[in-house]
Design a protein around this ligand. Structure first.
Ligand code: 4NP
Length: 179
């Protein structure tokens, strides 16, 4: 059983790991700074695909982050690996195809102790009030902005801000149900 003292680790996952999940990681880190009662452990992001491995985030992700005052984020894209399911408390998917890939991969990991395997969710399953969608994958998806314009990246920013607040509220509630 996790206590309020245990740091929480989160891996954010999209397809390419250059647009949405790096944005989610950078924004979650920023938002978590206003939740000092949640101890943050490892934060990272990854892709289900390896097409962009070792590349920095898309310039539109970086400029959107900069326009919101986040200027200290660095990342090199990587593909998710099986060990990630043992390293992170939460693995959150940006859309349903990514969620399906993650659930398949988690099944193939074959953990014997379920408490040691990541909780896999759609990022949009976390509501602002700290509740979580009763159906895994029943929440809002973060659409892929790669082939669109900068407006799509601003929309991603707005969504991942909301879902970061939701996930942090969920962690607070779960670890301190009376608080
Ligand atoms: P992401 O966006 O999954 O949010 O990083 C994408 C980036 C690149 C590609 C697809 C999605 N791609 O096919 O190259």
């Amino acid at each position: 059983m996790k206590s309020t003292q245990d740091p929480v680790s989160v891996l954010f996952v999209c397809l390419g790991n250059i647009c949405r999940s790096p944005m989610a990681e950078a924004v979650f880190k920023r938002v978590s700074e206003s939740h000092p009662n949640v101890r943050i452990g490892q934060l990272d992001s990854a892709g289900t695909g390896a097409y962009h491995s070792n590349e920095p985030p898309d310039e539109r992700t970086m400029s959107t982050l900069r326009s919101h005052g986040i200027t200290d984020y660095n990342h090199a894209a990587r593909q998710i690996e099986k060990e990630d399911f043992h390293k992170f408390d939460y693995i959150v998917a940006m859309d349903k195809p990514v969620l399906r890939s993650l659930l398949r991969l988690r099944d193939s990991v074959g953990a014997t102790d379920s408490s040691k395997i990541a909780d896999v969710r759609l990022f949009g399953d976390f509501n602002l009030d700290g509740t979580v969608n009763p159906r895994v994958g029943g929440g809002e998806e973060v659409p892929d902005p790669y082939y669109g314009g900068i407006k799509g990246f601003e929309k991603v920013y707005e969504q991942v801000m909301r879902f970061s607040e939701g996930l942090l509220a969920h962690i607070e509630k779960k670890r301190n149900p009376d608080g």
